[in-house]
Design a protein around this ligand. Structure first.
Ligand SMILES: Cc1cc2nc3c(=O)[nH]c(=O)nc-3n(C[C@H](O)[C@H](O)[C@H](O)COP(=O)(O)OP(=O)(O)OC[C@H]3O[C@@H](n4cnc5c(N)ncnc54)[C@H](O)[C@@H]3O)c2cc1C
Length: 470
């Protein structure tokens, strides 16, 4: 060892350009005592460094939607010494991929397979059926982990704030899409003898809702739309679906693919209520022009696009009968409807002491405060697509990798202890896989899976022995 130190001293002196004679002088003056001191110091420094590496960094991500899962993936890459626990209030992961993305867009839902691989990784633990703010408090999670990330999404429907918004027949898109995706919390909306529907909003969620209402049964083959939802939708005598935007065509947020798909439906025909309102160019306006001017065969359902109409009031006594709008010239217009779906965005909810402002958590590049971070819709509000969350996760993970230090906190072991003390049944990754296998097994020739609608069904499937081999 002494020899090695002498050699390294020589090499250093050489590389610093100091001559051979001086080296010898320094070498002889270097007493054994000094070398021993140096040795002790360097060894204790190395021991401290090893200790730092030996201390795992424990990160808890609250929310297993795309934001939470992509972040877990990035943290694993950037922090080889970290274990990452992903908590979700539901027994099943993937947030809006499972409960927002339309049931007939299974190719989009396939991204869940990629995220599933993240949850299956060795340094990741899934804790489903654990609600932060319900089963455990945020500060308790903070005490157990070196860093906590809020990736709880933003699923509370924004309100229009116009008269009679609570009439039966008026529903927010979060609730409506949750219902047709069999979210365990979603109530069945008021759907009775619906001939005319008004959908307020000019984004892709509005298009999803229109498409799900317009499709015929044969177009839903291969989806995971539940049987009771299918029969509810199919028994409505729908003739008109109005898609109404407050702004002009140039401001519409539709994407080309989703918009064009409306022109391919079997029993519905898209039209533009006022073709003169089509202003500007671009792919979306071009598709709308085709809808307005191309000759298409008559079909039982019409999907009419309206622009520049501001919602003013819902109308009806015991249930919705119409929606009033204000035109740019101040005149009022009423569209009759027995169902109105507002697709005007979402906001995130408070999580214990962490309270959002303007629908999202205030943060600096993903940091909310000491040891507390935020990602996804909870961070930036309800904008962007699933891949947007992946790009964002890279930035947040980089910040966390630099800032988070290990501190001997118990991480997942501590959480398990706490949950056991409180008799909380959490669902781990193997449990989720059993739920998944059970849902796939009870699918039919027309449905790729049959989702469990109730939490107790999910919990039961999570423990079922016959699926344990999956
Ligand atoms: C109706 C709809 C359709 C969409 N369709 C598409 C599409 O086709 N293609 C596309 O690219 N994007 C689509 N999106 C957007 C996409 O879903 C979002 O970009 C993405 O889901 C946001 O991810 P997130 O992880 O921030 O939130 P979420 O997906 O909402 O995940 C949040 C997770 O946090 C959990 N959670 C919430 N609170 C707690 C708590 N207190 N404790 C524990 N867990 C909690 C929730 O259960 C949920 O699993 C759609 C969005 C909606 C609303």
């Amino acid at each position: 060892m002494l020899f090695a130190i002498r050699m390294s001293l020589r090499t250093n002196l050489r590389s610093n350009g100091i001559g051979e004679s001086v080296q010898n002088e320094v070498h002889t003056k270097f007493s054994v005592l000094q070398i021993l001191l140096f040795l002790v110091k360097s060894e204790s420094w190395m021991a401290k460094r090893d200790e730092r590496i030996a201390i795992m960094r424990h990160v808890a991500i609250i929310g297993s939607g795309p934001a939470g899962c992509y972040l877990a993936d990035q943290l694993l890459r950037l922090m080889p010494d970290a274990s990452v626990d992903v908590l979700d209030r539901l027994p099943v992961p993937f947030g809006l991929i499972r409960y927002g993305v339309a049931p007939d867009h299974q190719s989009t839902k396939l991204v869940a397979r990629v995220l599933d691989r993240v949850l299956s990784r060795e340094r990741v633990n899934f804790f489903g059926n654990v609600e932060v703010g319900g089963n455990v408090r945020l500060d308790e999670v903070g005490d157990l982990y070196d860093a906590v990330v809020l990736a709880i999404g933003a699923t509370r429907d924004r309100r229009l704030g116009i008269p009679r918004e609570d009439l039966p027949g008026v529903v927010g898109s979060g609730k409506f899409t949750g219902w047709y995706n069999t979210h365990p919390d979603a109530a069945t909306p008021f759907l009775r003898d619906v001939r005319s529907v008004v959908i307020i909003g000019n984004g892709n969620v509005a298009i999803d809702v229109a498409r799900m209402l317009a499709k015929d049964d044969s177009e839903l083959v291969g989806s995971d739309l539940a049987a009771d939802v299918t029969s509810r939708l199919m028994t409505q005598p729908i003739e008109n679906i109005h898609l109404v935007g407050r702004r002009s065509t140039a401001d519409a947020k539709f994407t080309e693919h989703e918009l064009a798909e409306l022109g391919t439906l079997k029993r519905a025909r898209p039209i533009v209520a006022d073709p003169a309102s089509l202003k500007g160019d671009g792919a979306v306006v071009e598709i709308l022009r085709r809808f307005a001017f191309e000759t298409r065969p008559e079909k039982p359902v019409s999907i009419s696009f309206h622009f520049n109409l501001t919602p003013a009031a819902f109308v009806g006594n015991r249930r919705l009968s119409g929606v009033q709008f204000r035109a740019p010239d101040g005149s009022m217009r009423q569209l009759n409807a027995q169902l109105a779906v507002t697709c005007i965005g979402y906001e995130t909810q408070p999580c214990c002491g962490a309270v959002p402002s303007n629908g999202a958590f205030a943060n600096e590049e993903g940091k909310v405060g000491e040891g507390l971070y935020v990602a996804g819709w909870a961070r930036r509000g309800p904008s962007g697509t699933i891949p947007t969350n992946r790009a964002e996760a890279q930035q947040v993970a980089q910040k966390m990798a630099c800032e988070v230090t290990g501190s001997n906190r118990p991480g997942g072991d501590g959480l398990r202890r706490l949950l056991r003390e409180r008799s909380v049944r959490w669902v781990d990754y193997a449990g989720w896989r059993r739920i998944d296998a059970a849902e796939l097994a009870i699918g039919s020739k027309d449905r790729c899976r049959q989702k469990f609608a109730r939490l107790d069904e999910m919990l039961e499937a999570a423990e079922m022995v016959q699926f344990r081999s999956v």
